[in-house]
Design a protein around this ligand. Structure first.
Ligand code: NAD
Length: 295
């Protein structure tokens, strides 16, 4: 299959590389950029895309530009430039659609959308859930925020990377939802980690405990998809870093602060994950959180 659209893809890490690969397989022409040029060149060779050497070069070539970067700071830097280097928006023709699939800060996303609108450029937030495994299989859940007609216009592109798109609301709503989802996910992993340590000190086999959770009401995504797979065998190879999870919890806590809602569990959880990232390093896998809960 081929398509007329050239798609820019910025940020070719653990998630971005397989997502870009799925777009190439669906027939999209790609122009790729990562600040690590070796990664850009390797992926361009693998999927037949073009390697750009600057973000502005992507802006000149693509009608849709996807960002899959660590955070809002990186997204703003590549989209608007940083004073030293031009950004994508400086070179993008009127009508270019930006799709931020990173887990970014909702307030920053709203601010960026306003700045792009002044240049007649559009922004959609479209963060994902499902991790590296679903990025590879093209079965991510994609949460969208922004103008429904605009999202509809790029839905075939999104569905080349995911199995479903769920609309959360206006611009920024998807990034807010993603941060809140990861809070609930991190709280589930933290609760199961504590319970496992207490139960095993009491003499119960940890593997049996996970089986019992999974057959009972204590099950959650971590007990089903992380404990037997990465935590008990101590491979800690989920592909999602502790630093990025701690960032998502900071975003959820900021959202709670802005809303004025009482959120004591979220605040404690954000603090614990931040301490874990400081103790184990931001590049540790997030499933290593269980090591932090040791006495
Ligand atoms: P990663 O660290 O593996 O990849 C990020 C990539 O961005 C790297 O290749 C890095 O070189 C590049 N980069 C960073 N700053 C840049 C800049 N200024 N200009 C150009 N390139 C830059 O991260 P990841 O795990 O792929 O996560 C990306 C985003 O997706 C994050 O927001 C994360 O929270 C989110 N996310 C990750 C997962 C997961 O399981 N890994 C799941 C869902 C969402």
């Amino acid at each position: 299959m081929t398509t007329e659209k050239t798609v820019g893809f910025i940020g070719l890490g653990r998630m971005g590389a397989p997502m870009a690969g799925n777009l190439a397989r669906a027939g999209y022409k790609l122009v790729l950029f990562d600040r690590q040029s070796d990664i850009t060149n390797r992926l361009a060779e693998q999927c037949g895309g073009r390697a750009a050497t600057t973000p502005a070069e992507v802006g000149r070539s693509a009608s849709v530009v996807i960002t899959m970067l660590p955070d809002s700071t990186a997204v703003r830097q590549v989209v608007l430039g940083d004073g030293r280097e031009w950004g994508i928006a400086d070179a993008a023709p009127v009508g270019t659609i930006f799709v931020d699939m990173s887990s970014s800060a909702p307030a920053d996303t709203r601010g960026l959308a306003g700045e792009l609108q002044q240049r007649s450029l559009s922004l959609i937030d479209a963060p994902v859930s499902g991790g590296v495994a679903k990025a590879v299989s093209g079965t991510l859940t994609i949460i969208t925020g922004g103008e429904p007609a605009l999202i509809e216009s790029i839905s075939p592109l999104l569905l080349a990377m995911g199995s479903s798109c769920i609309h959360a609301g206006p611009i920024g709503a998807a990034h807010a939802m993603k941060a809140l989802n990861n809070y609930v996910s991190a709280a589930g992993l933290a609760a199961a980690s504590e319970a496992l340590r207490i139960g095993s000190t009491f003499g119960i086999d940890p593997a049996v405990m996970v089986d019992i959770f999974n057959a009972s009401t204590g099950r959650n995504n971590s007990t089903e998809n992380k404990f037997h797979q990465f935590i008990l065998p101590q491979t800690f190879a989920s592909g999602f870093s502790l630093g990025l999870m701690a960032k998502d919890l900071d975003l959820a806590r900021d959202l709670a602060d802005t809303s004025g809602e009482f959120a004591p569990l979220l605040k404690r959880c954000a603090e614990l994950w931040r301490q874990a990232a400081e103790a184990l390093g931001p590049d540790a896998d997030h499933t290593e959180f269980i090591r932090f809960t040791r006495n």
